[in-house]
Design a protein around this ligand. Structure first.
Ligand SMILES: Cc1ncc(COP(=O)(O)O)c(C=O)c1O
Length: 396
């Protein structure tokens, strides 16, 4: 069977692949500590889960409007106003099977063959692949640790041309945890808006902020910026609802309509039961979000301290999300447990096979000098896993 050319340029998600390997080893009885996960380890808060159960009991189990139930679209508009100062109408909102699906819909609706999409690196693994799947070319622009992994206006300018259609802004960022300030976003928007470049603002980690970091939603910079922005968000990370699969996009009306049409043919509505639960997540008691953040804050402190105490490893303090992007290039060229370390993939491999610790090589995010640790795991696991990392790396 000859597969379509488009699939020959993409691979499986490296984060999911590493996670799957760690799970496989666990099933073989090996005590693996996994720092790969991109999801909160907490259960979905009780009152949200109860809304899902209630929906099943009530028989809310049929097709819904393809772009989401009016009740949820209204809850999303309410949330965008309450939390982000954004005024959207339910007709501007499309609810999808996770923020990942929302981003895919945006690209389907925007990208023509040969269009370029700017992807600041380090980037979330799926951006580049989704652009390619839609016939576009990802233009990767590497940011520097010295710039806190944020795109500088002059870097942006240097990569824009007539084919530039859109750009991804992901703040707080996966994998670096970088958070853009309002001024930094304004400086980028000033370049993008007059050129008609669409800003895809992935805001899924907006509630996970530390050390007083402040979140700014790109579309809130002003009406003109809003007209060029698609706001992407979801309930996965904020409410520990990764498995429910509810994400959304708020966009200029014509784009929202196009996305809704695409979705109506591709998947129909997102899960009806999960939509009901998402209404309660967005409009109900927000205390569990604060509790989860407090726990993430403790874990973050512990992991930063442990990483910076290991000779050869170092990291900057991430302001958001639940990842630490640690610099590992000092191990390159060395040999650990008989394995020559030529890059982040080798290092991740030796830590998995020798230390039984799983993490994601930076190469997957477009920067080979780093590995990503997720601290969406318990303090005990962090202590145990980091002790193993220290032991393995001590053999370099
Ligand atoms: C930056 C970023 N955007 C989007 C997503 C997708 O989230 P969802 O579960 O809503 O599809 C993830 C998940 O890892 C992510 O890290």
């Amino acid at each position: 069977m000859r597969l379509a050319t488009r699939v020959q340029t993409i691979g499986a998600s490296p984060t999911l692949a590493m996670n799957a390997r760690a799970k496989e080893m666990k099933q073989q009885g090996i005590d693996v500590v996994s720092f790969t996960v991109g999801e909160p380890d907490f259960n979905t808060p009780e009152h949200i889960a109860a809304a899902g159960i209630e929906a099943i009991r009530e028989g809310f189990t049929r097709y819904t409007p393809a772009a989401g139930i009016p009740e949820l679209k209204e809850a999303i508009c309410l949330k965008l106003k309450r939390d982000n100062g954004l005024q959207y109408d339910p007709a501007d909102v499309v609810v999808s099977n996770g923020a990942k699906h929302s981003i895919y819909n945006v690209l389907q609706a925007l990208i023509d063959e040969g269009d370029e999409v700017i992807v600041p690196a380090p980037y979330w693994v799926s951006y580049t692949e989704m652009v390619k799947l839609n016939g576009g070319s990802p233009v990767i622009v590497s940011t520097k640790a010295g710039d806190d992994f944020k795109l500088r206006p002059e870097q942006l300018k240097a990569h824009i041309n007539d084919r530039t259609k859109a750009i991804f802004i992901n703040s707080p960022n996966n994998p670096t945890g970088a958070v853009y300030s309002q001024t930094e976003l304004e400086d980028l928007a000033e370049i993008l808006v007059p050129r008609g470049i669409v800003i895809i603002s992935d805001e899924v980690y907006e509630k996970l902020l530390y050390d007083g970091a402040k979140f700014t939603s790109v579309a809130a910079l002003g009406p003109e910026v809003k007209e060029h922005t698609v706001t992407i968000n979801g309930v996965s990370k904020t409410y520990a609802m990764t498995g429910w699969r509810i994400g959304y996009a708020a966009a200029p009306r014509a784009l929202a309509k196009a996305m809704a049409n695409i979705q109506s043919h591709a998947t129909s509505n997102p899960n009806a039961i999960a939509q009901k639960a998402a209404v309660v997540a967005l409009t109900g008691d927000q205390t569990p979000v604060k509790k989860m953040l407090a726990e993430f804050t403790r874990r973050r402190e512990q992991m930063i301290a442990e990483i910076n105490a290991i000779p050869g490893l170092s990291c900057r303090k991430p302001e958001g999300a639940f990842y630490i992007f640690a610099h590992v290039a000092s191990f390159f060229g060395k040999t650990i447990c008989g394995r020559k370390i030529n890059g982040s993939v080798d290092l991740a491999e030796v830590l998995l096979t020798e230390g039984h610790v799983a993490l994601v090589p930076g190469a997957a995010f477009g920067d080979d000098n780093y590995v990503r640790f997720s601290y969406a795991t318990s303090l005990d696991a962090i202590e145990k896993g980091m002790a193993r990392v220290k032991d393995v790396l001590a053999q370099a």
